[in-house]
Design a protein around this ligand. Structure first.
Ligand SMILES: C[S@@+](CC[C@H](N)C(=O)[O-])C[C@H]1O[C@@H](n2cnc3c(N)ncnc32)[C@H](O)[C@@H]1O
Length: 341
């Protein structure tokens, strides 16, 4: 019998097909990572039977998942039912040098149901995360330590993309740098290592600071850095001449942003500097990643959003700062620098 294949474009446009594929790419990669497939393939190729035994999964279904994953380069199919690692799967092994693993687990697993309920956010303006989980993400993290750790590791993974600012920016006139909402302190540790004369303050909520302590102890930075717990909506530690808010303000509505910035202004006094590190919206240069991040904000927290440089200028001025400059330092992030007046 002669089988004629109709071109796929007659059914779906290539763009719709890409969307269809990318949903399954994200989900199947997350499942493979959850079952530690990258780790299992690290010491050599394995048969599906071996992988199914090691992961406690249904052999034929795992085979179908791996076959699909081989088409996106996540694994290599050596024989019909034998698979090897690729650079992509290797990059998601559980060792610490591959931090994007936690981001894959956080967004494609923990937040998956909130992505599914995004229509709720569009209809009501309320975060779908809260609609799905019955509480906001900070309350959820406070009552679910494992998810709190996953969230903080996912955030820390992005700090590695921001480290360029550490190498390119001039910190020579500063003595003390405070990273406010600084998470595990990946960014602050990079600044302190690159600038040995500087002292640091890491400030975050207490469960995060408790976990950050072990990272600082491991790198012998304890003597140069204070790790302080508190609520930045209430007060911010004094004594720094640069206050950093990295990926913090996009989580808050305008009123709360002005509160956080005003607290930095009160803590640092006239002449202190504020470094806001965020993605910046631009009508002239619309970057897909900024809009994707803005969707994540819409989904995750009430009032959270990405903003334009003009919007950051308005927030800074409302809190007693003057905008000094907006410096894009890689294809994703900008440094918005303000001076307290
Ligand atoms: C999106 S994460 C960014 C973390 C870090 N700056 C980075 O770029 O990876 C936001 C941080 O704000 C902290 N945070 C949230 N609410 C806070 C509050 N009320 N006071 C202090 N820190 C808070 C979170 O614990 C988290 O570490």
């Amino acid at each position: 019998m002669e089988v004629t294949q109709s071109p796929s474009s007659s059914l779906f446009s290539p763009t719709i097909l890409d969307m269809f594929r990318s949903i399954f790419a994200a989900k199947t990669v997350q499942i493979a990572v959850s079952y530690n497939i990258p780790d299992l393939l690290q010491d050599g190729p394995k048969s599906v039977a071996e992988l199914a035994k090691a992961t406690g999964t249904h052999e034929d279904s795992l085979y179908r998942l791996l076959r699909m994953l081989s088409t996106i380069g996540f694994v290599e199919r050596l024989e019909e039912k034998r698979f090897a690692e690729t650079p992509l799967s290797h990059s998601l092994c559980s060792n610490e040098s591959n931090p994007l693993r936690s981001f894959v687990l956080w967004l494609f697993d923990h937040c998956w149901s909130s992505v599914g309920a995004l229509a709720h956010s569009v209809k009501t303006g309320q975060p779908s995360f809260e609609y799905v989980h019955g509480m906001d993400i900070w309350q959820w993290n406070a009552t679910h330590p494992e998810d709190q750790a996953l969230f903080n590791q996912a955030m820390a993974s992005f700090s590695r993309f921001d480290e360029q600012i550490v190498l390119t920016h001039d910190f020579s006139s500063a003595r003390v740098v405070a990273d406010i909402g600084g998470g595990y302190g990946v960014f602050l540790r990079a600044i302190l290592k690159a600038h040995p004369m500087l002292k640091g303050i890491l400030y975050d909520i207490s469960p995060v600071i408790d976990e950050a302590k072990e990272y600082f102890a491991g790198e012998q930075l304890e003597a140069r850095c204070q790790l302080l717990a508190g609520d930045f909506l209430v007060a911010i530690p004094t004594g720094a001449d640069i206050y950093i808010l990295k990926h913090v303000l996009h989580n808050w509505n305008d009123q709360d942003c002005i509160r956080i910035l005003s607290n930095c202004r009160a803590a640092g006094g006239v002449g202190s500097r504020i470094f806001i590190v965020e993605q910046v919206l631009s009508f002239e240069k619309p970057l897909e990643d900024v809009f994707v991040s803005d969707m994540v904000m819409l989904m995750v927290l009430k009032g959270a959003r990405e903003r334009s440089a003009d919007e950051y200028k308005t927030l800074l001025e409302a809190a007693g700062f003057m905008l000094k400059q907006v410096v894009p330092f890689n294809e994703m992030y900008s440094l918005i620098e303000g001076i307290a007046i």
